[in-house]
Design a protein around this ligand. Structure first.
Ligand code: AMP
Length: 443
């Protein structure tokens, strides 16, 4: 080996943060703390309590709560198998029959959740093991022995030997899960909760978009769906942004009707019929969404689709009387609270359990990723997750973007200087200096 090669090998690898993640460092972290402190204070004055759900949950919770067809669930989640502790970590080929037997037991008892695919995969692996076992008995004389063992390893690796869990891509599903799990419907309603912390989505990183990003969010669960609840939630949000010193905020609101009733269904049918007629002029994503989720076509940012979207039917013209009244009352309640809003008929949420009020807030200095907050009413979600019928509304603020916007407008705190500097002269004075530092810090 040449000297150069030896050196290369010895040099330890330098690690970098994973793509799409980053270190938040001082002095910037002081701004993060200030923003979070402001959230604690403002939300408390509106009667909210803090919830800290876990960072990972059953994949199934997000598949149901966020929607299996969404990009978030179908492409962007960090998912892994949390292997059952009842299985030995690395069975040898000799002990594999015992191992497979144990797997079968865990499948049967439901300790490892399974579907048809899992059952089939186990059968294939077991059959392969039998083949290899025969070859072993025959002293591995067959030419194909190596290949067969390799196949067994592959089949074994492909087995799902535990629960599938995901890093949370958002927290609403977790909050609803917690509401159900802790029987919060028995508390005085509504229950008002807020959270803050990291979320994970495997998106293409760019300015204001990360794979680990932070959200501050709040949810109101239970109680009535009174328009004042929607308005007060939005008022709290605007108060918070104001206290943070966020500049150029714009609040857009919309009502997307009622899924269970006929107004949303009729509107979606109308929208779909119209979209079919202009299908050829739309991009591939929108064409696909005509089938999967027509409302989402309204979200499109594609330049050439904009004039077409402008001609589509509007949900405001199709709301049933109840939804119309609710929407008018929300606007009235916002005015009562001095909250300035803009109506945006294209503001939609793609999932069925979203209904009536939707809103979004943009801020300045963020370029194309200028949404700092999204929210809406989701009366069907708790039920969808196995709880009792429960009203719900909430929002999630993108904290990274909020911080970016504050920095762009010069709101970042300056690095703190030292208040006191202690110097000592000569070793004899050192003990006094150390004690003086301690006394000063305590004071
Ligand atoms: P959503 O949960 O998708 O409704 O997003 C709510 C808010 O979170 C958005 O308005 C953004 O401010 C923020 N957000 C969503 N995804 C990301 C991301 N990948 N990076 C940074 N912020 C994000």
């Amino acid at each position: 080996m040449s000297e150069g090669a030896v050196k290369k090998e010895e040099k330890p690898r330098k690690f970098q943060a994973i793509r799409g993640t980053r270190d938040l460092l001082p002095p910037e972290t002081a701004l993060w703390s200030r923003v979070e402190q402001t959230a604690h204070e403002v939300f408390a004055t509106f009667g909210y309590g803090e919830i800290r759900p876990p960072i990972f949950e059953a994949t199934e919770l997000f598949a149901r709560g966020v929607g299996g067809d969404t990009d978030i669930v179908s492409k962007e989640m960090y998912t892994f198998v949390d292997r059952s502790e009842k299985l030995e970590p690395d069975p040898s080929i000799g002990s594999m029959n015992v191992f497979f037997q144990k797997v079968r037991e865990l499948f049967k008892s439901g300790e490892i959740p399974t579907d048809e695919q899992d059952e089939a995969a186990l059968k294939i692996a077991e059959d392969q093991w039998k083949k290899v076992d025969d070859l072993l008995e025959g002293g591995l004389k067959s030419e194909s022995a190596g290949t067969e063992i390799y196949k067994l390893v592959l089949f074994y690796d492909a087995l799902r030997l535990g629960t599938r869990v995901s890093l949370r891509p958002e927290a609403t599903a977790s909050v609803c899960r917690a509401y159900i799990e802790h029987n919060m419907q028995q508390l005085p309603q509504p229950v008002k909760l807020y959270y803050m912390g990291p979320m994970f989505r495997r998106e293409r990183p760019q300015k204001g978009r990360y794979r680990q990003f932070y959200q501050i969010g709040a949810e109101i669960l239970g109680g009535p769906d009174a328009p004042a609840i929607d308005a007060e939630l939005i008022e709290m949000l605007m108060t918070f942004f104001d206290k943070c010193g966020l500049q150029g905020t714009e609040l857009s609101i919309n009502s997307i009707g009622h899924a269970a009733d006929n107004c949303r269904r009729d509107y979606v049918a109308k929208l779909k019929a119209k979209l079919e007629k202009v299908k050829d002029k739309l991009g591939a994503d929108s064409q696909r969404r005509i089938e999967t989720n027509p409302l989402r076509v309204l979200d499109s940012k594609l330049e050439h689709e904009q004039p077409i979207i402008a001609t589509l039917p509007r949900i405001a013209d199709n709301l049933c009387d109840d939804c119309k009244t609710h929407y008018a009352a929300v606007k009235h309640e916002l005015e009562l609270r001095g909250v300035i809003y803009r109506e945006n008929w294209r503001l939609v949420r793609g999932l069925d359990y979203y209904m009536r009020t939707t809103f979004e807030i943009t801020a300045q200095g963020l370029g194309s990723q200028n949404a700092v907050c999204g929210g809406g009413r989701y009366d069907g979600l708790v039920e969808l997750l196995g709880g009792p019928p429960t009203k719900g509304i909430g929002f999630a603020i993108g904290e990274d973007r909020l911080i970016l916007s504050l920095q762009e407008s010069g709101k970042a705190p300056v690095a703190q200087g030292r208040d006191v500097y202690i110097a000592w002269m000569g070793e004899n004075a050192r003990a006094t200096a150390v004690r003086a530092a301690k006394t000063l810090r305590n004071a």
